[in-house]
Design a binder for this molecule. Structure first.
Ligand code: UDP
Ligand code: MG
Length: 298
């Protein structure tokens, strides 16, 4: 039977663990004729008793796996640790707080099979119990990232995605430290489709993403995936240049000269930016491409 690995990164989610386990057992039961379901919990340096509850479950069920990271490395790294351990035919990433309800996974699996796709992105139609600030900043963030990225960007989707082993192996092969897992999945480019759902509030506890952490995540995502951003500097240089010409033609020589020098400096910064962008791409060592299918070749 084919295997589905459910990856659950968690940090101090003690109150959520028992209700989550119940949901996960139901999921395993519902899928038992189609898939063998494993749960890979990644404890991201929790200081509460959540990991102990899971460890007890591990002793009774070998389909429950637990990775204890040495400290809190953050959600993206914890998710990566889970993906690295996944060996199944399919992988799905969920939050531990049941904001990504496990009972939606069978439908996501059906959609994946019916559409012959590699990724199903769960898209948030509505977000309940979230602040106006979080919703509006997320909306703006995804749209700006899409504008400034050469690669596809899936709007309004978090890490709640179900994907095939091809995609999982692609993510495994990308080892950059500044990680933005959903960006990496989009970047891998495998055929994807969508599943729309209403995102409920968390089951218990508080969000582990402070506004500062969210800002760092968004900033990292921009640096890693908004590759068109650097060309804005060159456009700015061009604007300065045009402005300086206008000033010179209207006999405002001093202002024109100053703005012309500014145009040259901005263009130089833009060019250096492009060189650094290219160097950073090479040091990241991302694979050049991924193969979907091959015929008559090993
Ligand atoms: N998480 C983690 N390490 C962290 C922060 C969060 O593993 O440093 C986990 C967290 O326990 C949850 C998931 O990542 O399972 C998403 O975090 P959260 O639900 O707090 O984010 P939100 O849904 O509010 O954006
Ligand atoms: Mg959450």
């Amino acid at each position: 039977m084919q295997i589905l690995d459910v990856i659950i990164p968690f940090y101090n989610e003690e109150e959520c663990i028992n209700p989550l386990l119940e949901e996960l057992f139901n999921l395993r039961n519902n899928l038992k004729d189609k898939l063998d379901v494993n749960f890979i919990f990644v404890n991201d340096g929790s200081t509460d008793n959540g990991a102990k509850i899971i460890q007890e479950q591990c002793a009774q069920n070998d389909f429950i796996k637990l990775i204890n990271l040495s400290r809190n490395f953050g959600h993206e790294i914890a998710t990566t640790a889970g993906i690295d351990s996944s060996k199944g035919d399919y992988t799905v990433i969920i939050d531990a707080d049941m904001q990504d309800p496990p009972n939606l996974i069978p439908e996501m699996y059906n959609i994946l099979c019916e559409n012959n796709c590699h990724v199903v992105h769960a898209i948030r139609k509505h977000r309940e119990k979230e602040t106006f600030f979080k919703k509006i900043s997320a909306d703006i963030f995804y749209r700006f990232l899409k504008i400034f990225s050469t690669n596809p960007v899936t709007l309004d989707s978090g890490d709640f995605k179900l994907f095939t082993a091809n995609v999982r192996d692609a993510v495994k092969s990308i080892r950059e430290h500044n990680r933005y897992v959903r960006g990496i999945i989009d970047w891998s480019g495998f055929k994807s489709t969508y599943y729309f759902y209403n995102r409920a509030g968390r089951k218990a506890g508080k969000t582990k993403y402070s506004p500062q952490k969210l800002f760092v995540l968004a900033f990292n995502a921009f640096i890693s995936f908004a590759d068109k951003l650097v060309y804005l500097i060159l456009i700015l240089a061009l604007l300065f240049f045009v402005l300086s010409i206008i000033f010179i033609f209207t006999h405002k020589y001093t202002a024109g000269t100053i703005i012309f020098i500014q145009a040259v400096q901005t263009a130089a910064i833009g060019l250096i930016g492009i060189y650094i962008k290219n160097i950073s791409l090479d040091t990241k060592n991302r694979p050049l491409y991924f193969i979907d299918t091959k015929y008559n070749l090993d």
